[in-house]
Design a protein around this ligand. Sequence first.
Ligand code: CU
Length: 67
Amino acid sequence: MKYSIPDMSCGHCVASIEKAIIALDTNASVACDLENRTVAIETKTPAENVEAALRKIGFEPEVVPSD
Ligand SMILES: [Cu+2]
């Protein structure tokens, strides 16, 4: 799954996001692209849980459709 997260503006944001996702699934892969403010996440955790976790730490994720 891939999200656009406009408020992801620095390394601290990236670290918080990675931490929140890994907390849901230790096997998750999280690839933050700070330049484009997107995050690619591979996890068995349902998308709604991932989105809830991101909102909980103050980020509003927007789904980027895969083409
Ligand atoms: Cu930041």
